[in-house]
Design a protein around this ligand. Structure first.
Ligand code: AMP
Ligand code: ZN
Length: 130
C-alpha cells in the first residue's frame, strides 16, 4: 500500500474519539460556541480559545479526520483546498505574514484529534524551529 493508502492500527486510543463527541465536530455543528473567522460548506476557521499569538486561528475541514497522517487519497482535494482557503482568509484579513502549523500526534503536541492547522501571526516568531 502506498503512503496515501492509510495504515491500519495507527493512532491507538486517539482513533476511538468519535465525531459525535469530538470537540471540533461539536463546534462545526454549533453545539459549542466559537468565534468564526470564515466558514463555507467544507471548512471553518475560528479563533483559538487559548491564543499563543495576537492572531491565532484554527483552520479545520468540517470532515472528521483525526490527524494528518490518517488522511487518505480521497482527502487529496480537501487538504489542498485547506491550504488555499487558509491563504485566502489570511490575505483577506490583511495578515502580512503568518505561520501555518499542523501538529500530528500526541508526541508532536496534538491535543484535539480532529485535523486542524494553526494560523499564527502578529508578533515576531522568535522561537523559530525551522
Ligand atoms: P493542538 O494542540 O495542535 O491539538 O491544538 C488544539 C488547539 O485547540 C489548542 O491551541 C487549543 O487552545 C484549541 N482549542 C481547544 N478547545 C477549543 C475551543 N473550544 N475553541 C477554540 N479553540 C480550542
Ligand atoms: Zn471531529
Amino acid at each position: 500500500m502506498d503512503i496515501l493508502g492509510g495504515e491500519k492500527g495507527r493512532g491507538g486510543s486517539e482513533r476511538k474519539i468519535m465525531s459525535e463527541e469530538c470537540i471540533f465536530c461539536r463546534i462545526v455543528r454549533g453545539e459549542i460556541p466559537s468565534t468564526k473567522v470564515y466558514e463555507d460548506d467544507r471548512f471553518l476557521v475560528f479563533k483559538d480559545i487559548n491564543p499563543a499569538a495576537p492572531v491565532h486561528w484554527l483552520a479545520i475541514p468540517k470532515k472528521h479526520i483525526p490527524r494528518l497522517s490518517e488522511s487518505k487519497e480521497e482527502d487529496r482535494a480537501l487538504l489542498g483546498d485547506l491550504l488555499l482557503t487558509a491563504g485566502h482568509v489570511a490575505r483577506e484579513h490583511g495578515l502580512g505574514s503568518f505561520r501555518f502549523i499542523i501538529n500530528d500526534g500526541a508526541g508532536a503536541g496534538q491535543t484535539v484529534f480532529h485535523l486542524h492547522a494553526h494560523i499564527l501571526s502578529g508578533r515576531e516568531m522568535g522561537e523559530k524551529l525551522l
